[in-house]
Ligand binder design. Structure first.
Ligand SMILES: [Zn+2]
Length: 209
C-alpha cells in the first residue's frame, strides 16, 4: 500500500464523518489545485445542486474546502469556484495519523511488556500473568486451564503498522520521540482485543472501499 493510498483513506474517513457518503462523493470531485463549480460537481456526482451545496458548506465549515466567487455579468448571479484546501487536508491527515500511531504504539509497548494467558475457549478473554496467578491458572469464565498465550503474531502486526506510520510521520516532519515520550500504557487492559484496535484505525492494509 502506498502512502498516498493511506492518505486518501484517511481523508475519506474524515470527510465521511463530516457528511456521509454524499460528502465523500463531492470531495472526490474536488481538487486542491483546480477549481470546480458546484454545478459541475452536481453533474459529476449525479446529485441535486442543493444537496451538493449543503455538503460544500459543511466542508467549508470544517475548513476542508474553500471557494472564490465571481458575478456572472449576463445573469447577475454569483458563480462559485470550489477547491479542496490543501494545507488543511494535510494537517487533518497528519493529526489522524498521530492519533492512530499513539494508540498502536501504546498497544505494542503493552504487548511487549507483559506475558499473557488464556484457556482454549475462543470466547474467553486473555489474562495477564498476575491475573492468571490470582486465579490459580484457572479461567474465571469457564474454569478451564490457563496456559501461556503466544502474542508474537500480534506484536509482529503491530510493529509493522507502527513502523509504517512512524516513517510516514517522520516524512511530514513530525517529532516522533516527542510522541513516544507521552505514551502511557497504564490505561490498557488485557481483555481489549488488540486486533480490533488495529482494524479500527482506518489504516488497515485493505483500506476502506
Ligand atoms: Zn475460559
Amino acid at each position: 500500500m502506498s502512502t498516498q493510498d493511506a492518505d486518501y483513506n484517511l481523508l475519506e474517513s474524515v470527510v465521511r464523518e463530516i457528511g456521509g457518503d454524499d460528502a465523500v462523493k463531492v470531495a472526490s470531485l474536488l481538487d486542491p489545485t483546480e477549481e470546480t463549480t458546484d454545478e459541475a460537481i452536481a453533474a459529476g456526482a449525479e446529485m441535486k445542486l442543493n444537496a451538493v451545496r449543503k455538503v460544500l458548506y459543511r466542508l467549508y465549515d470544517a475548513r476542508l474546502a474553500e471557494f472564490r466567487r465571481i458575478r456572472d455579468k449576463s445573469t447577475g448571479w454569483f458563480i462559485y469556484f470550489w477547491r479542496l484546501k490543501p494545507n488543511r487536508v494535510e494537517e487533518l491527515v497528519i493529526n489522524r495519523k498521530k492519533t492512530v500511531y499513539r494508540k498502536l504504539k501504546a498497544r505494542l509497548d503493552y504487548e511487549q511488556k507483559y506475558h499473557f494467558f488464556n484457556c482454549d475457549q475462543n470466547y474467553c478473554p486473555r489474562y495477564t500473568f498476575d491475573e492468571a496467578m490470582e486465579n490459580n491458572f484457572k479461567c474465571p469464565e469457564c474454569n478451564g486451564e490457563l496456559q501461556a498465550f503466544d502474542n508474537s503474531d500480534i506484536i509482529k502486526n503491530l510493529s509493522k503498522k507502527v513502523k509504517e506510520l512512524r516513517k510516514s510521520l517522520e516524512k511530514s516532519g513530525v517529532n516522533i520521540d516527542h510522541i513516544d515520550s507521552g505514551i502511557d500504557i497504564n490505561q490498557i487492559v488485557a481483555t481489549d482485543k488488540p486486533t480490533a484496535i488495529a482494524d479500527s484505525t482506518g489504516n488497515s492494509s485493505n483500506g476502506s472501499k
